[in-house]
Design a protein around this ligand. Structure first.
Ligand code: B12
Length: 211
C-alpha cells in the first residue's frame, strides 16, 4: 500500500501510512525501504515517459517529508570519522546517501558526509583528514560508475587503498563493484549499515552477500 501511494505521489496517504507503521512499531528501516520501492516505480514511470522531472522532484519531496518523521541524529561532521561518505562527482541524488548516513550515526558510527557532486580529490583529502577506514560512495546515474572508478583510482594514487575499504551504494550491483574496483556493494542501507558495523567492530555476520 505504501509502495502504491508513493508511486501515485499521494503525499498525504504516504505520510498517514508511514506514521501508522511507526505507531504499530514497524522498524523505520523497513518503512523507508517500502518508500524506496515506491521511488523505484516513480523512476520507471519517468523512464517510460508517463512521469516528468517535476514528478521526480515531487517524489523526492515526499521522501524528505517521511524522513523528517524519523528522528535521525544531528550530522555534526567530526574530525575523526569511521566512514567518509558522499555522492560522487556530477551526481546530485542524496536521499539514499542521507538515509544511510543517518542510520550509521544512529548506531554511534562517526560519519563524515561530504554531500553531493563530490570530486575524487575531495574524498581523498577527507580520508586523510579524518583517518577513516571506510569510504562509502553513492551514485544513481550510469555516469556515476566512471566517477566512482575515478575516485577509487584517486584513493590508490594517494597510497591509501590498502587501509581503506570501499563500499558503493545506489543503483549498483556486483558487476559495477568489479568495474569500479570497490570492495563491496550494498543493496540497501540496512545492508550497508550491517557491513560497516562488521568492518568497524567485527560484530554481526562474517559473510555478506555484497562481498
Ligand atoms: C528522486 C529522484 C531524483 C531527484 C533527486 C533528489 C535528491 N535530493 O536526491 C531529482 C529530481 C533531483 C533527480 C534528478 C535527476 N535524475 Co533522478 N531519480 C530520482 C528517483 C525517482 C529516486 C531516487 C531516490 O531517491 N530513491 C530513494 C532512495 C532511498 O533510494 P537509493 O538512492 O537507491 O538509496 C538506497 C540504497 O541504494 C542505499 N544507498 C544509497 N547510497 C548509498 C551509499 C552507501 C555507501 C550505502 C552503503 C548505501 C547506499 O541506501 C538507500 C536506502 O536503502 C530515481 C529512480 C530510482 N529507481 O532510483 C531517479 C533516477 C536515479 N534519476 C534519473 C535521472 C535520469 C535523473 C536526471 C538526469 C533527470 C534529468 N533529465 O535532469 C537528473 C540528474 C541530476 C544529477 N546530475 O544528479 C534516472 C537515472 C538513470 C541512469 N541510469 O542514469 C533514474 C534511475 C530514473 C529513471 N528510471 O530514469 N532525480
Amino acid at each position: 500500500m505504501l509502495v502504491t501511494a508513493v508511486q501515485k505521489l499521494d503525499e498525504d496517504k504516504v505520510v498517514r501510512l508511514f506514521e501508522l507503521g511507526l505507531k504499530e512499531g514497524i522498524s523505520p528501516v523497513i518503512l523507508i525501504e517500502e518508500v524506496r520501492k515506491g521511488m523505484d516505480k516513480v523512476g520507471e514511470m519517468y523512464q517510460h515517459g508517463s512521469y516528468y522531472i517535476a514528478d521526480l522532484i515531487m517524489a523526492a519531496l515526499i521522501f524528505k517529508h517521511v524522513l523528517s518523521l524519523v528522528p535521525l541524529p544531528d550530522p555534526g561532521n567530526g574530525r575523526m570519522a569511521h566512514i567518509v561518505i558522499g555522492t560522487v562527482e556530477e551526481d546530485i541524488h542524496d536521499i539514499g546517501k542521507n538515509v544511510t548516513a543517518g542510520l550509521l550515526r544512529s548506531m554511534g558510527i562517526n560519519v563524515c558526509d561530504l554531500g553531493v557532486d563530490v570530486k575524487p580529490e575531495t574524498f581523498v583529502a577527507a580520508l586523510k583528514d579524518t583517518q577513516a577506514k571506510i569510504l562509502g560512495l553513492s551514485g544513481l546515474l550510469t555516469s556515476s560508475y566512471d566517477a566512482m572508478k575515478r575516485t577509487v583510482m584517486a584513493v590508490e594514487a594517494a597510497g591509501l587503498r590498502d587501509r581503506i575499504k570501499i563500499i558503493i551504494g545506489g543503483l549498483v550491483n556486483d558487476d559495477i563493484k568489479e568495474y569500479v574496483g570497490a570492495d563491496y556493494w550494498a543493496k540497501d542501507c540496512a545492508d550497508g549499515v550491517d557491513l560497516c558495523d562488521f568492518l568497524i567492530t567485527g560484530a554481526g555476520q562474517a559473510a555478506f552477500h555484497c562481498q
